[in-house]
Design a protein around this ligand. Structure first.
Ligand code: SF4
Length: 244
């Protein structure tokens, strides 16, 4: 039986050390962890991230080449023909709302930011359809400004790791931020997302083959039988596509 962590009684220092060990170990388990959206510049990443709401990254990557070829700058989105853009975005779902967001973002960037994507959280969240999650994705991956992206995977894993008891993403972010080295904020999020997709699923986590078992107070939430747990693992380093 593994000696598991008691998150309720550990000291703040022990929790911080454990959190950083988790991030390091996740780097060994998922050396390929990275953002799965395709982009060549900050505006493309902003657009792709808006489109990824309620949609797989794989589907977004199928749609964005045509979008990026048609709309190259903020002014192009601002002046887009709504029906034409809706048709391009239709496969990503919620395409009318996403069209509104992209036209609104194009207008806001043109009118208030000289057509450029701003480099601060405070400015990014003023754009239509852009919340903290999207803003951190853009800051972290387009500008190398570290930030913790709390999506469904990061929130669930943070709770299972005993690093937060919060459900609200902003509060989860506030609990995680002081635990990790600031420079690791973006990569910590990416690694947790990969681990959530591959091992630590919402319903049946693959605890029996999880490399974090000794650091995780939720070990045993899923099957601990290695053979049974192994069947729950999704994707490998070689088939990242399956995880998107
Ligand atoms: S799979 Fe199990 S042991 Fe691994 S992080 Fe998730 S809950 Fe913890």
């Amino acid at each position: 039986m593994l000696a598991t962590v008691d998150a309720a009684t550990e000291t703040p220092l022990a929790r911080t050390r454990r959190a950083r060990r988790i991030v390091r170990l996740l780097g060994e388990i998922h050396p390929d962890a990275r953002i799965a959206l395709d982009f060549d510049n900050p505006l493309e990443l902003l657009v792709a991230t808006v489109l990824s709401a309620q949609c797989t990254d794989k589907k977004v990557n199928e749609v964005t080449p045509a979008v990026f070829a048609r709309y190259r700058g903020a002014a192009d989105y601002a002046g887009a023909d709504r029906a034409e853009l809706e048709e391009l975005l239709r496969p990503t779902g919620f395409f009318r709302a996403k069209t509104n967001s992209l036209i609104g973002i194009g207008s806001a960037l043109t009118e208030r930011f000289g057509g450029e994507v701003p480099r601060s959280l405070a400015e990014l969240v003023t754009l239509p359809g852009v919340g903290r999650k999207t803003a951190h994705v853009v800051l972290g991956h387009a500008f190398d400004i570290p930030g913790i992206t709390v999506d469904t995977h990061v929130g669930r894993l943070a709770r299972r790791f005993g690093l937060t008891e919060q459900d609200d993403p902003v509060r989860v972010e506030a609990d995680l931020a002081p635990l990790f080295e600031r420079r690791d904020h973006t990569i910590a999020s990416d690694r947790m997302i990969f681990h959530g997709r591959r091992y630590c699923h919402a319903r049946r986590p693959a605890c029996g083959v999880c490399g974090l078992a000794r650091l995780c107070p939720s070990y045993g939430t899923g099957p601990i039988e290695p053979e049974l747990a192994a069947r729950l693992v999704r994707g490998t380093r070689g088939d990242v596509e399956a995880l998107r």
